[in-house]
Ligand binder design. Structure first.
Ligand code: HEC
Ligand code: HEC
Ligand code: HEC
Ligand code: HEC
Ligand code: HEC
Length: 497
């Protein structure tokens, strides 16, 4: 059998090109099968190998198949012989003689063709499956997707596939995404891509088809306590605490409405924004299942026509736009590393120096790496010459952590610098929740959407030196006694005490 196969291959690989074709096809077939078997048996788990298995070997296989007829044709031209004459030269007489189903050679070619087609069908379905894996989305166009890949792997959704949020379910979503992918390949190849990649992502499926497959609004209830630790820029980097009881209720069935009231089944909030950034609202409407209706118009933006493309039903992504690709602000990133012990608290002016080193306005990553190291070590050498030796480990660890923070958040190739992709989950300035919860969006009677400080969260500490300051009994002599008392009562009442 093997001898027959080798003879057949020899016959088909009639010229050097043909031979290369046969070698390519056979070796990539065998390697693919071996790698795939190893993967199915669980011997191979490295996903990077997948990139080669599903992208490179099938391509080499097809290239090989194409080379074989090219080699054959060249040979025909060079020798001036017909296909039949060439076949007769290469194969023994009984193989070429026409039988009931055609000659044996043609039968063998037929069998191989069927095997090839089956193999290509199998490989391409595996390839399509592989194209849905995060490793493919995140690394196939490395230079372009690296920022998303880096932030994704460091996020609560690191185990959720990109396609679960970006593609959704159904044939239409699949076709859309593949067409879109094709356009992406073209734009990467010809460098037509905008840098940084603009958001909001217009093609994103409605959250009902993506986020709500795993999270559903009815599930949210009660409060989520969150303590934000911030460090001062003083000598000891003194920590202070803000603790919020975030009211994440969805509404019906729970006490009062809460943050997820917007996405509860009974409610629909629609808005029209001035432009694609979705930051300035022209109007906001609320429809509820009891058929009540309210409309708030922006009294600062009158006389602007509503563009129908810019009307949207508020969903998860309007608030959780950074559910996964979470870029940190430099001072918050430092606070986070200090809180988790990744940055030493022992160095004098640690927070201050870290912030300066991190935000040095570097032009590329190499300059940043040098700049960060120099900035930190020079400062301590110059100002604390007698302590610098003992603190050597801390200084080294500070530099290492800051470099990692920089590489995680800043991506020069894609022009991603500090605060490039802003999160809408809080209320920095007039952004986030305050896009709607402000004094300018008013209904016919002139009422605005509430921006009461305890509408969305109880406040258990506000830039205080204790994380749960307002839960402690208030001190009647304290000038903040009344606020303390008020916030404490508000919290206990909102959790039903
Ligand atoms: C948990 C859901 C989720 C997962 C998982 C996810 N993304 Fe995203 N992605 C989003 C959301 C939400 C946005 C922002 C949408 C908006 O503002 O319109 C986004 C935006 C993007 C953008 C635009 C740039 C930006 O940061 O706004 C790119 C590119 C992207 N994602 C690629 C990926 C890749 C590649 C993966 C997998 C490695 C991935 N995403 C995984 C939800 C997700
Ligand atoms: C395939 C399932 C899946 C999908 C789809 C998904 N998530 Fe999640 N999400 C999770 C899991 C699991 C966690 C919990 C991770 C943990 O606690 O470590 C999570 C956590 C979260 C958190 C809490 C993060 C935190 O800081 O604790 C938010 C917010 C969130 N998801 C929002 C979204 C949004 C918005 C989308 C749609 C763009 C989405 N998720 C899509 C599975 C999913
Ligand atoms: C697109 C506009 C819009 C954005 C953005 C928005 N809201 Fe709202 N929100 C509304 C409207 C409209 C209401 C209902 C006002 C009314 O009572 O008529 C509302 C009501 C609420 C309520 C009260 C629900 C109830 O019991 O009636 C809470 C809590 C709330 N929002 C929290 C938030 C938080 C937190 C954010 C930011 C993460 C946010 N909202 C962002 C439009 C918005
Ligand atoms: C109006 C703004 C807004 C909308 C719309 C919204 N969320 Fe949230 N969500 C928040 C805020 C604010 C928090 C609390 C912030 C935090 O935990 O950092 C939160 C918290 C969460 C959490 C963490 C809950 C926990 O128990 O810790 C998940 C999961 C989540 N949201 C998923 C979703 C999903 C899925 C949708 C769409 C169905 C959605 N959210 C719609 C504002 C919103
Ligand atoms: C419409 C809802 C809403 C209203 C109204 C609101 N907040 Fe907030 N606030 C939030 C959300 C959401 C966050 C972000 C929580 C997080 O980081 O997950 C936040 C964060 C904060 C923080 C922490 C900021 C930080 O990152 O250090 C403080 C302090 C705060 N709010 C105080 C206030 C005060 C004071 C008021 C009244 C003027 C107010 N909030 C009104 C929703 C609201």
């Amino acid at each position: 059998m093997l001898v027959k196969y080798i003879n057949f291959i020899r016959g088909v690989a009639i010229s050097r090109i043909g031979l290369i074709g046969v070698v390519l096809t056979t070796s990539s077939f065998v390697t693919f099968v071996l790698l795939e078997a190893a993967r199915l048996l669980g011997l191979l788990t490295n996903t990077y190998v997948g990139l080669i298995t599903y992208m490179v070997f099938p391509a080499l296989f097809i290239l090989g198949l194409v080379l074989i007829p090219i080699g054959w044709r060249r040979r025909k031209k060079a020798t001036g012989l017909t296909t039949r004459q060439l076949l007769e030269r290469k194969f023994a007489d009984p193989d070429v003689r026409a039988g009931f189903f055609g000659s044996r050679v043609f039968l063998t070619i037929g069998v191989f063709t069927v095997i090839n087609i089956l193999f290509m069908m199998g490989a391409s379905s595996r390839m399509l499956m592989f194209m849905d894996t995060p490793i493919f989305c995140g690394t196939a166009c490395h230079s372009v997707m690296n920022p998303e890949w880096v932030t994704y792997r460091d996020s609560p959704h690191a185990r959720v596939r990109c396609v679960d949020c970006h593609v959704g379910e159904g044939v239409e979503a699949l076709v859309d995404s593949k067409l879109n992918g094709l356009w992406q390949i073209i734009s990467v190849t010809f460098d037509l891509l905008e840098r940084p990649i603009p958001t909001p992502v217009r093609q994103l499926r409605p959250a009902r088809e993506t986020c709500e497959k795993c999270h559903w609004p009815e599930k949210f209830y009660g409060q989520r306590l969150k303590t934000l630790v911030r460090y001062g820029r003083d000598e000891t980097s003194t920590p202070w605490y803000t603790t919020l009881g975030l009211k994440i209720n969805a509404g019906p069935g729970t006490e009062g409405g809460g943050i997820h009231w917007h996405v509860a089944a009974a409610n629909e909030v629609r808005y029209a924004s001035v432009d694609d950034k979705r930051e300035q609202m022209l109007w906001v409407e609320v429809r509820q299942s009891d058929s009540s209706f309210k409309r708030y118009n922006n009294r600062r933006l009158t006389g602007i026509e509503t563009d129908h493309d810019l009307i949207r039903t508020l969903d998860c992504i309007d608030c959780h736009n950074r559910a996964t690709h979470i870029y940190e602000a430099p001072d918050h990133a430092i606070d986070d590393r200090l809180a988790r012990g990744r940055l030493p608290r022992t160095l004098p002016y640690g927070k201050e120096r870290a912030l300066r080193a991190l935000t040095g306005g570097y032009t590329d990553s190499a300059a940043a790496m040098d700049g960060i190291a120099n900035s930190v070590s020079e400062y301590y050498r110059r100002n604390y010459p007698d302590r610098v030796d003992a603190a050597d480990d801390d200084i080294t660890s500070m530099i290492r952590t800051l470099k990692a923070v920089y590489n995680r958040n800043i991506h020069h190739g894609m022009k991603i610098t500090w605060n490039c992709y802003r999160s809408q989950i809080g209320h920095v300035g007039d952004g986030g929740c305050f896009r709607c919860h402000n004094a300018y969006l008013v209904d016919a009677a002139g009422n605005s959407i509430s921006a009461d400080c305890t509408l969305c969260h109880s406040i258990l500490a506000y830039e205080a030196d204790k994380p749960f300051e307002y839960i402690l009994p208030p001190d009647t002599t304290d000038p903040e006694y009344r606020m303390h008392h008020y916030l404490q009562r508000e919290f206990f009442e909102s959790v039903g005490q």
